[in-house]
Design a protein around this ligand. Structure first.
Ligand code: GAR
Length: 264
């Protein structure tokens, strides 16, 4: 029998995606098992879902860490931290953003991320999935999780049809724009915000009687199916990356890395 893919999950909220993934694992519909659940927030009700399923869980209190960083400007950084290197590789902020703002963001997140890494490394895992984890991850964390030359190891689910509506309010932004279809996307995490290679997407119609709440419900139902499907593609080694350059419709030279599904 092929080993089951060991999946770590990070959440911030109710964990309905976590539950959908655990259910598909339990039913053996996907060749995976959840080996830990982490949260940035001790109030996340999704942690109870981990507890009820006897899955190890932990909290890294981002709010407290960031507050402490604000109070103590000379806060201690991980020994291997190189701010200039991280700054040069990040795509979370435009390069002309206020320097102090970027520095504080990256340095304070480094403290939280070092603690996350420390807690995660107690569990062996093949894939890390962000199931409603509401913090941006920096290149410091991402580079420590990924293995150079191999497929990325972090997957995120986003509540919109990327590349439209990145950020934290995908369904609200879709609805308020007046879109007639909405959807969700699973993608690998790169050094930008919701910019990584797209693995899978599902869509739904938005009708005149829809509200933000009704499209969130429609969207979540699609998410619960999409995330396990993408994990299964990863478990079965069906994904590979390809990089190519092209001229966009707006005449810009673009280089993109995309996910291709391998047949067989
Ligand atoms: C989901 O809709 C997910 O797409 C979204 O948070 C929700 C988590 O729900 N993620 C993001 O917005 C990430 N930027 P859940 O806790 O019930 O799984």
């Amino acid at each position: 029998m092929v080993d089951r893919l060991k999946v770590g999950v990070l959440i911030s909220g109710s964990g309905s995606n976590l539950q959908a993934i655990m259910d598909q694992c339990d039913k053996k519909n996907i060749n995976a098992e959840v080996v830990f659940v982490g949260s940035d927030n001790k109030e996340a009700t999704g942690l109870l879902k981990a507890k009820n399923s006897n899955i190890p869980y932990f909290v890294v209190d981002y709010k407290k860490i960031i507050k402490n960083c604000k109070k103590t400007p000379e806060f201690k950084l991980p020994n291997d931290y190189d701010l200039n290197k991280i700054k040069a590789s990040q795509n979370l902020f435009p390069k002309n953003s206020v320097k102090e703002k970027i520095n504080f963001f990256l340095l304070s997140r480094a403290r939280a991320e070092a603690e996350l890494l420390n807690k995660m490394c107690k569990h062996q895992f093949d894939l890390l999935v962000l199931a409603g984890f509401m913090h941006k991850l920096t290149p410091y964390f991402i580079s420590k999780v990924n293995t150079p030359g191999k497929l990325p190891k972090i997957m995120n689910i986003h509540p919109a049809i990327l590349p439209s509506f990145p950020g934290i309010c995908g369904y609200e932004d879709t609805f308020n724009y007046g879109c007639k279809v909405g959807g969700c996307t699973v993608h690998f995490v790169d050094f930008g915000e919701d910019t990584g290679p797209i693995i899978g997407q599902k869509v739904f119609s938005i009708t005149p009687d829809d509200t933000i709440d009704s499209i969130k419900r429609k969207g979540l139902e699609k998410e619960w199916a999409l995330f396990p499907e993408c994990i299964q593609l990863y478990a079965n080694n069906k994904l590979k990356l390809e990089t190519y350059s092209y001229i966009s419709g707006l005449g810009k030279q673009i280089t993109r890395t995309v996910v291709k599904q391998q047949s067989g």
